[in-house]
Design a protein around this ligand. Structure first.
Ligand code: ZN
Length: 418
């Protein structure tokens, strides 16, 4: 392991030089940017006053308590409807696995029951019991069940109907709508390819034209927009790229343009990432943006690029860890977008996921760590495509690959039946 934190970036005298310069042209964005930099400077100043040693600490216990409370609430209060409840299950379960905190069997079983009640009779999962199936909670529910990883959890997923649901949202140009009658964007391609590959329901026709549609989302900036022609954005770029990795077509992207775009999103002063050009730093992009670097590393490696570093991703891993540990932790547990913002499970999940990416280079076979602060700060690994433990991905694949791929019923075939 490489010892991180021998000298914190924020302890260096030259760091203020990294601050934003507006060249004398003040705009709404430049005013906001300076405000954020001031708030981060304050956090750093307070840290320097209290600590002589550059060892920021991950508040494990506090995060664990915050997550545990959230999970108990989920398992006891089913009647409280919310359109993102499978997401809450995934965010909390994944955060707990990163912290290597086991979930008691009874709670895991309660979560299984709850997710089962979110499964639509026509396939796929919805945001809450009785709602319509939607690709986003379907991804969250399948991921949550694979993290639980028991026979009970796997058995909940109705794979035949899940395939029917995917067909019902598939469009002829290769894109997917998020739900029947809903909007198209590249998140749907990721959710669909992720759940189909994990549960072994991938069929040759299901993703016909999907790679070419995703490739059209890569903008002149280098990142991907939600649909062809839109501005490049971190969340969409991750989704499109990860979907192409699953479909084994990521080499068709302009990788150099994508690399240039994503590394330019890491903020010089803050150390964290912004989601789009000229926007503010936000903790959740620690995963959506930094999570692209493992995907890019692999894509270049597959192309035979030999100049790749064998110990580091192509971003400032320590700077990102400093941002997350100093600026994104709520002292009472949970992580946040930026100083002054409220904690929530979404930011907790994606700040921790990004921290894990920044700490671990490589995969299960070849591995190099760069952990800022004490040994106790080290999180578990996350799979760069699915964002859950790589062992959980392997276990789910092992389970579902033993089952036959369901017979394909395209909408045309279903029309003939009825
Ligand atoms: Zn955010």
């Amino acid at each position: 392991m490489e010892a991180g934190g021998s000298s914190l970036r924020c302890f260096r005298d030259c760091q203020p030089e990294e601050k934003f310069v507006d060249d004398g042209v003040e705009t709404v964005s430049s005013v906001e940017q300076k405000k954020v930099e001031r708030s981060i400077q304050e956090v750093v100043n307070v840290y320097k006053q209290i600590h002589s040693l550059p060892e920021p600490m991950l508040l494990r216990q506090q995060h664990y308590q915050y997550l545990k409370k959230g999970l108990r609430h989920l398992s006891e209060a089913y009647e409280c409807l919310d359109a993102s409840r499978p997401w809450l299950c995934f965010w909390i379960l994944h955060s707990l696995e990163l912290l290597e905190e086991p979930v008691p069997c009874s709670v895991a079983s309660d979560v299984c029951h709850f997710l089962s009640s979110c499964q639509s009779p026509t396939g796929g999962f919805s945001g809450g019991p009785g709602q319509h199936a939607h690709l986003a909670p379907t991804y969250a529910a399948v991921n949550a069940l694979c993290i639980i990883g028991t026979e009970e959890a796997y058995g909940i997923i109705d794979r035949e109907k899940l395939l029917d649901f995917l067909w019902s949202v598939k469009q002829s140009d290769g894109s997917f709508v998020m739900h029947i009658g809903g909007e198209v964007d590249v998140r749907s391609a990721y959710c669909a390819t992720a759940v189909a590959s994990l549960t072994n329901i991938m069929t040759p026709k299901l993703f016909e034209n999907t790679p070419s549609w995703i490739l059209r989302c890569q903008s002149w900036e280098g990142g991907l927009g939600g649909v062809p022609g839109l501005e490049a954005h971190g969340g969409y770029t991750f989704c499109g790229t990860a979907a192409l990795v699953i479909l084994d077509k990521e080499h068709m992207l302009d990788l150099n343009a994508l690399l240039r775009w994503v590394v330019s999103r890491q903020m010089k002063f803050e150390g964290g990432f912004q989601g789009r050009c000229n926007k503010l730093v936000d903790g959740c992009y620690s995963f959506w943006q930094a999570g692209l670097l493992p995907l890019l590393h692999r894509a270049y490696y597959k192309q035979g690029e030999r100049a790749l570093n064998e110990q580091r991703w192509m971003f400032e891993q320590q700077a990102l860890q400093e941002y997350i540990l100093l600026c994104c932790q709520n002292p009472a547990g949970g992580l946040v977008d930026k100083p002054g913002k409220a904690r929530d499970f979404y930011h907790t999940c994606y700040c921790l996921s990004g921290l894990s990416v920044a700490q671990h280079f490589g995969n299960l076979l070849s591995h190099h760590e760069l952990v800022l602060g004490k040994e106790e700060n080290r999180l578990a690994l996350t799979h760069p495509v699915y964002n859950m433990g790589p062992d959980k991905v392997a276990q789910a694949l092992h389970h579902f690959l033993q089952l036959p791929v369901p017979l394909e019923k395209s909408p045309q075939a279903k029309k003939l039946e009825t």
